[in-house]
Ligand binder design. Structure first.
Ligand code: DNO
Ligand code: MN
Length: 355
């Protein structure tokens, strides 16, 4: 397991690289050029700049999260070919600096969705929260406004520029079914995966978060059965997964440890975090500790250890604790605690195996 840490870039993250450096066992940064709109090719100079910054602190930049997919690709519009060309150019440029894994997602309109970014917990910490009833009763436009006003810095997937066109986007998705989305994903993969293979970059799709339809939009990366289907769309190791335990775990029917065992050779990037899911479908993000949530982090780590996982892993989100001012879900403190929990389990399993 190779531990990495998400960093949003100079001027776009509250956390200095000096501090990430002090978290035990972190070898690389998970990064992106967040200001480049989906669909445009990333400039090589900008990519090299991030590499320089990371290398100064001894970090590698092997993992990119995300190179986002233009909506026209997800919608299957004729203009998609132009955006796929740009995507290929970005892959080629990332290969030039030695990137190994590209994380992306195929969720229509929104990236991850929550109804509350700073929900108060009984211990005074706050965390990302999803309330089913609020989603059903809220106009997406209202939610977007609320999220944008409270997030401190622009969040990937919630860029005001893009979301200005929200009404139009929703209109475009009218009548687009899950089957359509599968077809558009396959079209994209058939063009991209040969390029990724040629450049030895593993493509790693992130599951839908939450793993069910929100605001009536189609979603497909939601379950074991659907991931199996995804892997067969292009049956190539370079067509792989970012297995996110917290996203998938928000549906109590998903058994993430079992997915780790079933898909081990296709998992290139592990997102590890816990959530507590309630009967009514609400969920709250918790500490990484197994007993704090409904995702069995211990079982998941055991599964990764049993399959000799050598891919990249990061703590996914954390709570906001100790009065830290941070991006929602991306503070330093709770993610650092999460890392120590994960290393604790991992080291113990190593020790047990040696004995
Ligand atoms: C949330 C993340 C997602 C993830 C993208 C990957 O914090 O797990 O935003 O980066 O869905 O494309
Ligand atoms: Mn994730």
């Amino acid at each position: 397991m190779r531990m990495v840490f998400r960093w949003f870039g100079e001027g776009n993250d509250f956390i200095p690289l000096e501090h990430i450096k002090q978290v035990p066992g972190v070898e690389g940064l998970v990064w992106a050029l967040h200001d480049i709109p989906a669909g445009e090719a990333w400039p090589l100079e900008r990519i090299k700049e991030v590499k320089r910054q990371a290398n100064q602190y001894g970090f590698h930049i092997d993992v990119v999260e995300s190179v986002n997919i233009h909506e026209d690709i997800k919608l299957g519009l004729p203009s998609r070919d132009r955006y796929i060309e740009n995507y290929i150019q970005t892959i080629e440029r990332l290969a030039e600096v030695g990137v190994k894994v590209i994380c992306y997602n195929f969720m229509p309109v929104f990236d991850w969705t929550r109804t509350d970014l700073f929900k108060e917990m009984s211990d005074g910490s706050t965390a990302l929260f999803f309330e089913n009833a609020k989603i059903s009763n809220t106009d997406p436009m209202e939610l977007v406004k609320e999220i944008a006003e409270n997030s401190h810095l622009t969040m990937p997937g919630w860029e005001p520029e893009r979301l200005k066109h929200l009404t139009n986007l929703f209109r475009q998705y009218e009548g687009v079914t899950e089957e359509d989305l599968w077809n558009h994903l396959q079209y994209f993969l058939e063009k991209i995966i040969p390029v990724a293979r040629k450049h030895d970059i593993k493509m790693a799709i992130h599951p839908d978060d939450p793993p069910f339809s929100v605001f009536g939009l189609p979603r497909i990366m939601t379950s074991k059965k659907n991931i199996e289907r995804f892997l067969k769309l292009v049956d190539d190791r370079y067509n792989g997964l970012t297995l996110c335990s917290g996203s998938l775990g928000a549906n109590l029917e998903n058994n993430v440890a079992d997915m780790v065992r079933s898909f081990s050779d296709r998992i290139h990037f592990a997102h590890i975090r816990n959530v507590k899911t309630f009967e009514n479908g609400d969920f709250i993000e918790t500490s990484h500790r197994s007993e704090d949530g409904t995702v069995h982090i211990l079982d998941i780590m055991k599964a990764y250890h049993d399959v000799d996982f050598t891919g990249y892993a990061r703590p996914d989100h954390g709570r906001h604790i100790w009065d830290e001012k941070c991006r929602p879900g991306y503070g330093l403190y709770d993610r650092a605690l999460g890392i120590m929990y994960l290393w604790g389990i991992w080291d113990a399993l190593n020790k047990e195996k040696e004995a």
